[in-house]
Write a protein that binds this ligand. Structure first.
Ligand code: THU
Length: 160
């Protein structure tokens, strides 16, 4: 038996103002998307904004359903829209923000496991890392230099 140690390094910005200007703009697009979330059941609004290499910003929010599992997270709403509208564009960066309708969410909220898997597919497809920035409603913003950094030991097409 041998032990394998995996390491993840993240950067933590103290607030949105500390981010580079292009990421501030992207995070602001995610906030606008978050405010359009349809989340009557969880009362948890999530917004995602994606910067493509053609300069376009594509955004999305979580869309819930009375049949709960039929709803979709913000990240997947946005990334599937980007994939459908601009199939040959590369995804450079992604900004995520989440806020509860019941309390102040001031800790960074990372993407769920299913969304990491979905984003991983595009990162592998384009063979170029996707930078991910995530925050709550306000406060600290966490940066991951790639999706793979957030999903070690992932499942991908190489196993099929
Ligand atoms: N949600 C997202 O949009 N993204 C995530 O990464 C985690 C959860 C949504 C799904 C659901 O509408 C609500 O947040 C509560 O789970």
């Amino acid at each position: 038996m041998k032990e394998v140690k995996l390491e993840t390094t993240l950067q933590v910005y103290s607030n949105i103002v500390e981010l580079p200007k292009d990421i501030q703009d992207l995070m602001n697009a995610a906030i606008i998307a978050r405010n359009k979330a349809y989340a009557p059941y969880s009362k948890f609004n999530v917004g995602a904004a994606i910067l493509l290499d053609n300069g376009e910003i594509v955004s999305g929010s979580n869309q819930e359903n009375a049949s709960y599992p039929s709803g979709l997270c913000a990240e997947r709403t946005a990334i599937y829209y980007a994939g459908a509208k601009y199939p040959s564009a590369k995804i450079l960066k992604m900004a995520l923000t989440a806020s509860s309708q019941n309390q102040i969410t001031d800790t960074p909220i990372p993407p769920c496991g299913a969304c990491r898997q979905a984003i991983a597919e595009y990162e592998i497809k384009q063979d170029q890392p996707i930078e991910i920035y995530f925050m709550g409603a306000k406060g600290k913003v966490v940066k991951s230099h790639s999706l793979a950094n957030l999903l070690p030991v992932g499942f991908d097409r190489s196993y099929l």
